[in-house]
Design a protein around this ligand. Structure first.
Ligand SMILES: *Cc1c(COP(=O)(O)O)cnc(C)c1O
Length: 460
C-alpha cells in the first residue's frame, strides 16, 4: 500500500526524532520526504524533483541509483551480507583494504574498519594514545591529550566531541569530555587584524609552536581536517598551513592525524586532500564518500610503525581492544570497492577539478548580493557566508533564521542545500554536470535575493 504525503508527514512527526534538528520548528514546517533518487536528482513522494546540492550530507559521489554500484551490491547480496571481522576475515574487506592502501600511495599500510566518521576518529584517538603507552608506558605516561583547531569538528560521539571546538554543538557536553588543547585556525575572512593570508598562517603556526614547546610531553597527537574545516562553515585554509602543522608535529614528536572524512574521495579536487600539500599523516580517518553515498562505512588507516607497536606477546596486553559489531561489513565494503574503481574508470577526480574551475567565475557573481560577505571554495566544497553588513561582517541575529529561509527558497526552486550557522553550504553530488552546477548557483542567487527582498525592512 502506498501512503500519502500527509500520512507520512504525520507518522514522521509522531515517531521520528531527527538529528541536528530543532524539532519544535521542524514540526511547524512541511518536511521534505524523499522517495527515490536518480543521478544528481532527489524525488519526493509527490514526484517533485530537486538537485542534490548537499550530496545527501556530503556523501554522494557518482549520483543516486547508479547501475554499476547497484550491480555490485546485487552480486554481493547473493553471496552473503555480513559475517564478523573479529578474529576472521571476509573477501570484500580484504580487497578494499588493499585498494585503500594502494590509492593512498604513501606510508599508510594498515586499515581498521568502522561504520561512521565519528567512530573512525574515536579509533584514531585511542590508537594514538595506546601507541605511546605500548612503546614506553613510563617515558610517555603523560601523553594523554590531543590538540585540535578552533571550530574543529570530528563527529558526535564523546571522544570525537572532546576534540571538537564548535561551541554551539559541544558546550553542553563539556563536563563529560576529556581535555583538549585548542590552537587557532586560519579563518582568513574573520582575521583581518592579523594581516594577509601568509601572515595569518604564520600567526597560527607560531601559536601552535608555542603550545607544543610548552606541552609536547603531554600531547599524544594533533588532529586536523586537512585543507577545509567543513562543519565549521567551509573554512578553507590558505596554502602552507597543513604542511606547517605536519612539520611542527614531527619536530615535537607528536602524532599527526588527518580527518579526511569530509574532504576525501575527490571532494577538494584531489582524491585525498593531503595530496595537495604532500603531507604524510601517521593516522587518517575516512568516511562519508567512501561508499559513494550508499552505505555507512568508515576506515582508520595507519602506518606500519604504529601497527607494529601493537604486536606484543599475549601476556603483554598490547592488543587494540576496539571493534564494532558490523566492522568490515561485506555489503559496505563491496560497494566501496566498486565506488573507488568507478572513480578511477570515470576519471572523476580530474573532472571535479575541471568543473570546480569552471564554477569559480560563476560563484563570484554572488558578491553582487548585499548579504554575501565571503564565498569560499575548494574543489566542489563551497561555503557562502551571509552577513548583515559587508563592512562590519556582522551576521544576522540567530533567531531570525535568515539562512534557513534562504534554503527553503532554494528548495522551492528545485535545489536542496543546507546552512551551517551563517554559511550556506553547496556540496553537490560530485558527478553533477556543468549545467546542473551552473543552474544550482543561479538558484542560490535567486533564493538569497528573494529572501533579501522579503526582509528588506530589517536590512536597512
Ligand atoms: C561528518 C564528519 C565526521 C563525522 O562523520 P559521521 O559519519 O557523521 O560520524 C567527522 N569528521 C569530519 C571532518 C566530518 O565532516
Amino acid at each position: 500500500m502506498k501512503y500519502s504525503y500527509e500520512q507520512l508527514e504525520q507518522f514522521d512527526k509522531q515517531y521520528v526524532w531527527h538529528p541536528f534538528t530543532q524539532m519544535k520548528s521542524y514540526l511547524e514546517e512541511k518536511p521534505l520526504i524523499i522517495e527515490r533518487g536518480k543521478g544528481s536528482y532527489l524525488y519526493d513522494v509527490d514526484g517533485n524533483r530537486y538537485l542534490d546540492g548537499y550530496a545527501s550530507l556530503w556523501v554522494n559521489v557518482h549520483g543516486h541509483n547508479d547501475p554499476e554500484l547497484n550491480e555490485a551490491l546485487h552480486e554481493q547480496i547473493e553471496k552473503i551480507s555480513h559475517s564478523t571481522l573479529l578474529g576472521s576475515a571476509n573477501v570484500p574487506s580484504i580487497l578494499l583494504a588493499k585498494k585503500l592502501v594502494e590509492i593512498w600511495g604513501g606510508k599508510l599500510s594498515k586499515v581498521f574498519y568502522s561504520d561512521t566518521g565519528a567512530a573512525a576518529v574515536e579509533i584514531a584517538l585511542k590508537m594514538a594514545y595506546q601507541y605511546w603507552q605500548n612503546i614506553d608506558p613510563v617515558r610517555y605516561k603523560h601523553k594523554n591529550k590531543f590538540i585540535s583547531l578552533k571550530e574543529a569538528y570530528h563527529g558526535d560521539t564523546i571522544g570525537a566531541v572532546s576534540v571538537g571546538g564548535m561551541d554551539l554543538f559541544h558546550r553542553i557536553f563539556r563536563p563529560l569530555l576529556f581535555e583538549r588543547i585548542e590552537v587557532p585556525s586560519p579563518y582568513v575572512y574573520r582575521m583581518d587584524e592579523y594581516g594577509d593570508e601568509e601572515e595569518i598562517v604564520n600567526y597560527c603556526l607560531k601559536q601552535l609552536e608555542e603550545t607544543l614547546e610548552q606541552r609536547h610531553s603531554e600531547v599524544a597527537g594533533m588532529i586536523v581536517e586537512p585543507l577545509v574545516q567543513g562543519a565549521a562553515g567551509i573554512i578553507t585554509h590558505p596554502e602552507g598551513f597543513l604542511k606547517g602543522v605536519e612539520t611542527l608535529c614531527r619536530k615535537y614528536n607528536i602524532l599527526f592525524i588527518c580527518d579526511e572524512v569530509a574532504v576525501g574521495f575527490g571532494r577538494t579536487g584531489t582524491l585525498f586532500a593531503c595530496e595537495q600539500e604532500e603531507v604524510e599523516p601517521d593516522i587518517v580517518c575516512l568516511g562519508k564518500g567512501i561508499t559513494g553515498g550508499y552505505l555507512p562505512l568508515a576506515a582508520t588507516l595507519t602506518t606500519e610503525e604504529i601497527y607494529s607497536a601493537f604486536l606484543g606477546e599475549v601476556h603483554e596486553n598490547k592488543t587494540f581492544f576496539h571493534g564494532h559489531t558490523y566492522t568490515g561489513n561485506q555489503l559496505s565494503c563491496s560497494v566501496a570497492l566498486k565506488n573507488i574503481e568507478l572513480i578511477e574508470k570515470r576519471h572523476l577526480v580530474s573532472d571535479v577539478q575541471r568543473k570546480a574551475q569552471a564554477l569559480a567565475g560563476k560563484l563570484q557573481k554572488l558578491y553582487e548580493l548585499p548579504v554575501v560577505g565571503d564565498v569560499r571554495q575548494k574543489g566542489l566544497m563551497i561555503g557562502i557566508e551571509i552577513v548583515k553588513d559587508k563592512k562590519t561582517k556582522e551576521i544576522f541575529d540567530r533567531s531570525e533564521q535568515i539562512e534557513h529561509k534562504m534554503i527553503l527558497e532554494a528548495r522551492k526552486r528545485g535545489l536542496i542545500i543546507r546552512p551551517l550557522g551563517p554559511v550556506l553550504t553547496f556540496i553537490p553530488v560530485l558527478a553533477m554536470t556543468d549545467e546542473q552546477l551552473e543552474s544550482s548557483v543561479d538558484i542560490i542567487f535567486a533564493a538569497i535575493n528573494a529572501t533579501v527582498q522579503a526582509n528588506k525592512v530589517k536590512l536597512m
